[in-house]
Design a protein around this ligand. Sequence first.
Ligand SMILES: Cc1ncc(COP(=O)(O)O)c(C=O)c1O
Length: 423
Amino acid sequence: MPDLEKLLSKNARNMRKSVIRELLKLTTQPDIISFAGGLPAPETFPVEDLRRAADEVFTKHAFKALQYGTTEGDDDLRNELVIFEGRGGVKLALDNILVVSASQQALDMMPKLFVDPGDYVIAGRPTYVGAIQAITAYQGRVLGIPFSPENDGFDMDELERRFGRAVHSRQRVKYIYVIPDFQNPSGICWSLPKRRALLEFAYRNELLIVEDSPYREIRFIGEHIPSIYQLDQEGQNRGIVIGLKTFSKILVPGARVGWVMAKPEIISKLVTAKQAMDLCTNVFAQKWLAEYLKTGKIYGLIENTCANYRAKRNLMIEMFKLYMPKRWDLRWTEPEGGLFLWLSLPKYINTDAMIHKAVARKVAYVIGSAFYFDEPEMNAMRINFSYSTHEQIEEGVKRLAAVITEEIAAHEAGPRGQTQAEI
Ligand SMILES: Cc1ncc(COP(=O)(O)O)c(C=O)c1O
């Protein structure tokens, strides 16, 4: 066996393992209450409707569904996506859509297409770990932008400052990666003015925006805000936004189907990139989802899913208020949609170190540091509220609050105890 490490490419050496996927292994013990994964609630999966849709495929399109398909994606599915996006206010033609093997594949295509070693991608601090993984796999770097204290999007002054510094030192910045709707990991939703401001910034600096919106339809409180894709389309229509969508959070993640929305010139480049990756997305799955979409049931399903998550999110926040230590430096976001909230703890608590204590107490979270390309914040965690049952949410928050309470007590007792002894 040759020395594998010597044979690895520079790209491969740069790849990072997903902390979340590693953590998930740790949390598969049956008695652990896991707030770690980004899993949708299985009770929302419309199993019978999907079975009927699969039967329809075998009855009506078996030979097409079992054959290779086009890289761009199945026309039946793309036609359904035109209708689906149209209801959400986005106007598309078939050549604006590329079907992908869920949005993670699209996230890998972006740096594949745009990033040379050392190039920067602007993204949030924190941001989705899968995007960081893809960017680093192509030796790209992330220019991290903190969120504003209002939690309504980037701190635009910091964006100008950090981008200005990068340009001044002749760094190449290629695109802006954002998750404006109920961000993973923070749950933050960008306000309309922030979305407009980012679009203006991108126009002015001739940058592309990659708008990743897996949670867009999962809004359970408040009014929908237009996507940045939509704002460009309805305004100057310069076609600088690439929209990433997926069935993973609105239907089932196991289907592994998503779609990219962009102007045809960009879609054509992505098609070339995808050809070398998988030729085409699973054709059976595309036909299957097209049949399901034709029933029109997805809209009711999304409504039910939102109601389900609203109840879980409310319960989780109620439990936080009840059990978490009450202090100014222990805070959480209160998202209006999506699957996650972000819990910030006193500065001296290291959630990487604390995870082992939490797992020993049979509760799990994702360490906040996983969501930073560099200079991670160590005192935060991502909490998922979609997957657990109500009973698990109540019990899990109790366990987590106990671990945090102990950490705070240990810190406060430690130095004081020492000081007293010294005195
Ligand atoms: C922001 C974001 N983008 C992309 C993905 C990947 O989703 P999928 O590949 O299942 O479509 C996720 C999954 O959690 C996510 O949170």
